[in-house]
Design a protein. Structure first.
Lengths: 117, 116
């Protein structure tokens, strides 16, 4: 079955330290990969996406993600964490749908990032 | 600042009642998604539309759920009859897709549904 895994329910990091939120996927073909962030009582906000090309993708708020095909991973990173980065982070993959021209999106279960002052 | 809007933001209802959730996508977007978020299941795609036509609703329980787009500015998700297990936050998202482009989805604030 095609899936997206976020192995950590929660990640704690001190402010100013680098952070990594992990994501691995198991899909056929070449996936399109996304990261979204959700703040309390809000909808998800797009951070970045990987389609093709450079394995290091830069996104909003200083976040970046590295696509690693051999490890089927798409980890989210930031060089220096801020307290305001504390939120729920979702990795997602776009798959071909059952009908031509349609797509399915599978989201990971989310990782709660807590940045400590 | 264009945003996806959803109404109501909160809904408490009794089992068996009909629930209608509404979504106004960002003007000009041609793709609309409905998701359900629960602690147990995470974020699940229920249905999505492109140019008002339903493309995939395989994630939606067909016996009680229905999704429509009466026009380009309104998407609705209806549950009839509602059950306690439908309690969740329902998100609408919109995007714009041309051939070869990838959807970036813009999410609304969600409707928190509680079925007693």
């Amino acid at each position: 079955a095609q899936s997206v895994a976020q192995p950590e329910d929660q990640v704690n990091v001190a402010e100013g330290n680098p952070l990594t939120v992990k994501c691995t996927y198991s899909v056929s073909g070449n996936p399109y990969l996304f990261w979204y962030v959700q703040y309390p009582n809000r909808g998800l906000q797009f951070l970045l996406k990987y389609i093709t090309g450079d394995n290091l993708v830069k996104g909003s708020y200083g976040f970046e993600a590295e696509f690693n095909k051999s490890q089927t991973s798409f980890h989210l990173k930031k060089p220096s964490a801020l307290v305001s980065d504390s939120a729920l982070y979702f990795c997602a993959v776009r798959l071909q749908g059952s009908t031509s021209g349609t797509y399915k999106y599978i989201f990971g279960t989310g990782t709660r990032l807590k940045v400590l002052a | 600042d264009a945003r996806v809007t959803q109404t109501p933001r909160h809904k408490v209802t009794e089992m068996g009642q009909e629930v209608t959730m509404r979504c106004q996508p960002i003007l000009g977007h041609n793709t609309v998604f409905w998701y359900r978020q629960t602690m147990m299941q995470g974020l699940e795609l229920l249905a999505y539309f492109r140019n008002r036509a339903p493309l995939d609703d395989s994630g939606m329980p067909k016996d009680r759920f229905s999704a429509e787009m009466p026009d380009a500015t309104l998407a609705t998700l209806k549950i009839q009859p509602s059950e306690p297990r439908d309690s969740a936050v329902y998100f609408c998202a919109s995007g714009f897709r041309l051939a070869g482009n990838t959807d970036t989805q813009y999410f609304g604030p969600g409707t928190r549904l509680t079925v007693l």
